[in-house]
Design a protein around this ligand. Sequence first.
Ligand code: ADP
Ligand code: MG
Length: 365
Amino acid sequence: MRTVKLLNPARRKSLGLPCDILGYALGGTLPRPATPHAGTYDLVGERMTHTESNPPLFETALPYKLRARGKVRDIYEIDERHLLVITTDRLSAFDHVLPTPIPDRGRVLVGLSHFWMKKLQSVVRNHLTEKSQLQKLLAELPEQDQQALNGRAELVRKADVFPVECIVRGYLAGSGWAEYQKQSTICGQPLPSGLKRSQKLSEPIFTPSTKATSGHDENISFEKMIDILGTETSGKLRDISLKLYTEGADFAAGQGILIADTKFEFGVVDTEIVIVDEVLTPDSSRFWPTEKYEIGRDQESFDKQIVRNYLTEIGWNREPPVPALPDDIATKTRDAYLTVYKKLTGMNLPPACKDVGSVSVTRPR
Ligand SMILES: Nc1ncnc2c1ncn2[C@@H]1O[C@H](COP(=O)(O)OP(=O)(O)O)[C@@H](O)[C@H]1O
Ligand SMILES: [Mg+2]
């Protein structure tokens, strides 16, 4: 028997937390959960039962102080020096979070970030703490909650995050391509003329941006970055970013994935620069399948293409309400994430829940 919930309702009530947020977002119209394989899903009261794959997690309500809910992550303050970051299965497309979570997406993002943080640890320190500290913290939670959070919870050192996103581009795509077409530059940096869409640049370039308080991030020049962070820090962040990208992209290319561009975030912990957030995931980067790469046209992305195509096909105007995804689209999207994970790490994503595969329907308490 298997039921997924995130907080024991009695416990949640005693903590004064809302009782209507569980592993699946309640409130408003309930989107139909995706069925990753042939399994069936049932929502019984606040609970969800499932078969075959790790159940999706849309939102959490844990007994810690909620610091922020990003598009993908729920972030809790554990103490002055630590944050608990939960990467959910929320997926955004065209700047909107979809009501349909993609099972295992959060675990893939976390698994890949850790894979890269370890692989690239000689380049930069990262924000992760010892696994035992996380286990100790999660041991306070009921067993089922621990399983629901397994592989997606990270206990990290709280950093003073630099207000600049460190973007590295190895190929001409996205906003870089748009600017290049107009004026043969990317973020003000001149490039040779005659380059084609999706073409590999002769060497990767560093194009920082600021996080806009609303709307899209704004590309800035390196000089502007120096105004914000100073010459020394800006130079360090640029050098670290280029190194991380170059090493990561070289490795990924050998595994059948082109990393066209990526975004890193850094912060300071105990006076040292550390990398925070996520590293070289399909969310922070453009991943293209090597075998489909063709210069001169837009490339299919490894992960969100299926969803973007679907939303375009149904003629969604990119304004709320955001449409739910049919099961087959969610399934294909999940498969794409699992494929990326396997290609890069050489392994299947480990199962997160002990008894995945069994079927159950449980009455709410
Ligand atoms: N170690 C850390 N210290 C402080 N903030 C962090 C740390 N790691 C990640 N963050 C922040 O947590 C947030 C991650 O949540 P996410 O859902 O990805 O947000 P967004 O919607 O802005 O992408 C980002 O704002 C990131 O800067
Ligand atoms: Mg993010």
